[in-house]
Design a binder for this molecule. Structure first.
Ligand SMILES: *Cc1c(COP(=O)(O)O)cnc(C)c1O
Length: 381
């Protein structure tokens, strides 16, 4: 089956009890057994729930994986993906990382003696150089947040295989519609389903997908033992969202491309990062490892925080908000919103300069979005 068909049918057979065409919200904590130990596969909803199972089977199918575990947030999914690490194990990640993931490594895992370092990673040999005898995992986001750098997943996978290191990819930005890291050699794929997979900014969730039995066992164990599961209604909302992922991503990409082209030609824009532009330094790599370039666009306005703030305040359709990947367009200012806790020099060293604005381009009419940006640059036109 092809992607759009799997999104609507994988894991979603008519309900065996009633024939309901849409997977019901099994809002139950427990399941009645016929006799001790004899039941229909479900005992308690932390361990398993049919609505969650449908979501997990669908996500496993969309990533070409064998197993998926759904979680109550993307960070709970990341935590589960790291849960098999032991004291003195070492992890290498790319530096332009989602802030919450960085905090998870830097605070939670470091206090458990799991060592962590970051490398730029656009040159894959950065990862090779950072490997120590204790390195157990390489963790990559591509495209990165917020700079939209593209990392060569197949090359990093090769480095991992050669060194017997596990390879995890946070695929939230690309989505399984545009990129399947397991097919490029990754062992684990992590999603914040809050973003494009849910797609409507109305639910927080996460997932981990893998083909490896050993990792699936560890992650399922952690899911049940720690219990950061999505409730049946949240699982159902995410499953409802994922059905339209393919059509949404086509429109996100088309709109993002038009917004990126508009910004590229604007006199008040210093630079634009969008992997779909020929001017993007890793455009060819993006075209090779992804089937599309996604809906995120980052640019630098000519000026600093006050020019950026004036621009953001004047936006009428784009909301000034955290998050991304919903049908509505969002804008944010990474230097002060998510990366504000990082000292300015370190921020700029990482390439998050004054004036950097990140757009999550929604699926409204592209002309309206461009008009909104144009008036925010220049209200007195
Ligand atoms: C949002 C996000 C996360 C964290 O997900 P939550 O659902 O907010 O916990 C992780 N990685 C990336 C790339 C994200 O955008």
């Amino acid at each position: 089956m092809k992607f759009s068909t799997k999104a609507i049918h994988a894991g979603q057979k008519p309900d065996p009890a009633t024939g309901a065409t849409v997977v019901p919200i099994y809002q139950t904590a427990t399941y009645t057994q016929e006799e001790v130990g004899r039941h229909k596969g479900y005992e308690y909803s932390r361990t398993g729930n049919p609505t969650r199972t449908a979501l997990e089977e669908c996500l496993a199918s969309l990533e070409d994986g064998r197993y998926a575990c759904a979680f109550s947030s993307g960070l709970a999914a990341a935590d589960a993906a790291l849960s098999w690490l032991r004291p003195y194990d070492h992890v290498v990640a790319n530096a332009d990382l989602y802030g919450g993931t960085y905090r998870l490594f830097e605070t939670v895992y470091k206090t458990r003696q799991v060592d962590f370092c970051t490398v730029d990673g656009v040159d894959p040999s950065d990862f090779q150089k950072a490997i120590r005898p204790t390195t157990k995992l390489i963790w990559v986001e591509s495209p990165t947040n917020p700079l939209l750098q593209v990392i060569d997943l197949a090359s990093v996978a090769e480095i991992c295989a050669k060194n017997e290191i596990a390879f995890a990819v946070d695929n939230t930005f690309a989505t399984p519609y545009f990129q399947n890291p397991l097919n490029l050699g990754a062992d684990l794929v992590i999603h914040s389903t809050t973003k494009y997979i849910g797609g409507h900014s109305d639910v927080v969730g996460g997932a981990v997908v893998t083909r490896r039995d050993d990792l699936a066992d560890a992650i399922k164990f952690h899911q049940n033992a720690v219990g950061a599961i999505p409730g049946p209604f949240d699982a159902w909302l995410i499953l409802r969202g994922v059905k339209t992922l393919a059509v949404r991503m086509v429109q996100h990409e088309e709109n993002a491309r038009r917004v990126a082209l508009f910004l590229s030609g604007h006199p008040r824009v210093k630079s634009v990062a969008y992997p779909g532009l020929g001017s993007h330094p890793q455009h060819k790599l993006a075209a090779a490892q992804m089937t599309g370039f996604g809906g995120m666009v980052t640019f630098r306005i000519d000026g600093g925080p006050s020019e950026a703030n004036d621009f953001l305040k004047r936006l009428k359709i784009f909301s000034l908000a955290e998050s991304l990947g919903g049908v509505e367009s969002l804008a944010r200012y990474p230097p002060l919103m998510t990366h504000g806790s990082i000292p300015k020099a370190e921020r700029e060293h990482r390439g998050i300069c004054e004036g950097t604005i990140r757009l999550s381009v929604g699926i409204e009419d592209a002309e309206d979005l461009i008009e909104d940006l144009a008036q925010a640059f220049d209200p007195d036109r």
